[in-house]
Write a protein that binds this ligand. Structure first.
Ligand code: ADP
Length: 474
């Protein structure tokens, strides 16, 4: 069994903007249940309350860029997992995780270099570690630090690194001139190391220096080796394909279970689907659309980012909401163009569409439970979690067949289209609406969908086996 320290910029329930946080909230407890010992390191953002946490280290000195930062380390145990928070008020104490209304913070390279370096300190003094499991670009410098800067330190003999790519589209770029501030010497600025299109990439650091690479679905592990999905790193990923594998994320069924969900109007399961109808009624009532209960309801819960493909939806909404008379509920925020698109259509069809701008866990649960169909037309999708939640709630996903969406949805449980094209999306939605109009068929698909099992236990076994494999190498 392995001692694993995960390094991440997000983890539920402390800091969440997307699926990364869900993974860090669910995978560690699952690994612990298997017998590994897994802890997590996070920045102590201003929004994280540490009043009930234990201060386990005062004044940890972290040397970066010719000076040092002094951090305090707090610890809190949630679901049997230790979470270590690195506190440095000047760097993490502000509002926002990665940026504010003016854009990304200009010192993110320092903030996340500090996180990586502090994680090594935590491993040395608080949590002896065999495997450093680094998540996304924010943790990309740790494998570099470990392989180059602490090689003589017995605390780290035999330690291995795993780097998980949750989204290749975020590459942690910074100018060469700032590398030294992140504690990295200029000699690492080489095309086979950190240099990427004229900048330094912290994501590339993780890909180059980690002992093993993973992505969050098998399909995405293949896709990122192609020019279409590789964001310019496909050549490097092909070169490292021997170290790369795809391990599908799981679904947290403690949180996403219609039988026990406290946020929804009535609990239900595959044997009591009338509860789902009550959830639909309640959701529609909340938005003043209660009389539309017999019409198909499409749900969307998402970051409204370019990646998610909602620009395709614009050209099909008139057909779907207009003469096909479907209803639509959208929850999310993000790109202004997409927000304007949804706000515009909500104005045009006020009796059948609602755009709820913002982030609401309660509303996300209510939409999953109350919708008939769930739409995810992603350009690319490393794994995607909402389609798995939808399956469990009998809400049939309509998805583009990419990444984890392709891995988790099949003809018995949802609807897929392949080309990123509004015509193909429209055709797929027409098919889904035809199934909605055929209740026995709809119900049979719903019951099959609700029976699909993407539990974390399966994913955790994959990671655990990978750790063992790495540790068995000398
Ligand atoms: P990504 O990580 O790319 O955003 P995922 O599908 O992997 O996409 O994970 C998204 C997670 O964030 C899900 O748990 C989803 O319910 C949640 N989420 C996204 N947008 C919102 C929102 N506006 N309100 C509440 N939850 C949201």
């Amino acid at each position: 069994m392995s001692r694993v320290l995960m390094i991440s910029s997000e983890a539920a329930p402390f800091a969440k903007t997307g699926g990364l946080a869900d993974v860090l909230g669910a995978l560690p407890p699952e690994l612990n249940a298997l017998g590994d010992e897994c802890a997590v390191v996070l920045p102590r953002y201003g929004s994280i309350d540490v009043s009930a946490a234990e201060k386990v280290y005062s004044g940890l000195r972290v040397y970066l860029g010719g000076g040092y930062y002094e951090c305090d380390i707090y610890k809190k145990v949630v679901r049997g997992t230790q979470f270590f928070f690195v506190e440095h008020l000047g760097l993490y104490g502000r509002d926002g995780f990665y940026g504010d209304k003016f854009g990304d913070f200009g010192d993110n390279h320092i903030r996340y270099a500090l996180l990586c370096s502090a994680a090594l300190g935590i491993a040395r003094y608080l949590f002896p570690t065999q495997i450093f499991h680094c998540h996304d670009w924010q943790a990309g410098l740790l494998p570099l630090f470990l392989k180059n800067f602490v090689t003589g330190d017995p605390a780290f003999y035999g330690a291995k690194t795993v780097f998980t790519i949750h989204n290749l589209g975020y590459q942690g770029l910074m100018p060469r001139s700032k590398l030294w501030e992140a504690g990295v010497e200029d000699r690492f600025y080489r095309s086979d190391l950190l240099e990427f299109n004229g900048a330094a990439s912290l994501l590339k650091s993780g890909i180059v220096f980690a002992d093993a690479l993973t992505t969050v679905s098998p399909r995405y592990a293949e896709e990122i080796q192609t020019p279409e999905f590789g964001f310019g790193m496909d050549g490097l990923l092909r070169a490292r394909r021997g170290a790369l594998r795809g391990l599908l994320n799981g679904c947290d069924y403690d949180e996403w279970n219609p039988k026990t969900d406290p946020h929804i109007a009535m609990n239900f399961d595959a044997d009591s689907l009338e509860g789902k109808l009550a959830c639909k009624q309640s959701l529609l009532d909340e938005f003043g659309m209660g009389r539309r209960i017999s019409r198909p309801l499409i749900g969307i819960v998402s970051r409204l980012a370019h990646q998610k493909g909602f620009d395709l939806v614009g050209s099909v909404l008139d057909e779907m909401l207009g003469w096909r008379d479907a209803s639509l509920v959208v929850l999310g925020s993000g790109d202004k163009d997409t927000e304007n698109l949804f706000a515009g259509y909500a104005q045009k069809y006020p009796d059948r569409m609602v755009f709820w701008h913002g982030f609401s866990n309660r509303m996300a649960h209510r939409i999953e439970a109350g919708s008939d169909l769930f739409l995810m037309p992603s350009r690319y999708e490393p794994c995607g979690l909402n389609q798995m939640y939808s399956l469990r709630y009998g809400t049939l996903p309509v998805v583009r067949a990419t990444g984890g969406l392709d891995d988790t949805i099949d003809v018995e449980t949802g609807f897929k289209f392949w080309r990123f094209d509004s015509w193909d999306l429209a055709e797929c939605l027409r098919h889904a609406l035809a199934v909605y109009a055929d209740p026995p068929r709809l119900q049979s698909m719903q019951i099959t969908a609700m029976g699909r099992d993407f539990s974390w236990a399966q994913s955790a076994r994959g990671y655990s086996a990978l750790y063992q494999e790495l540790l068995s190498r000398s």
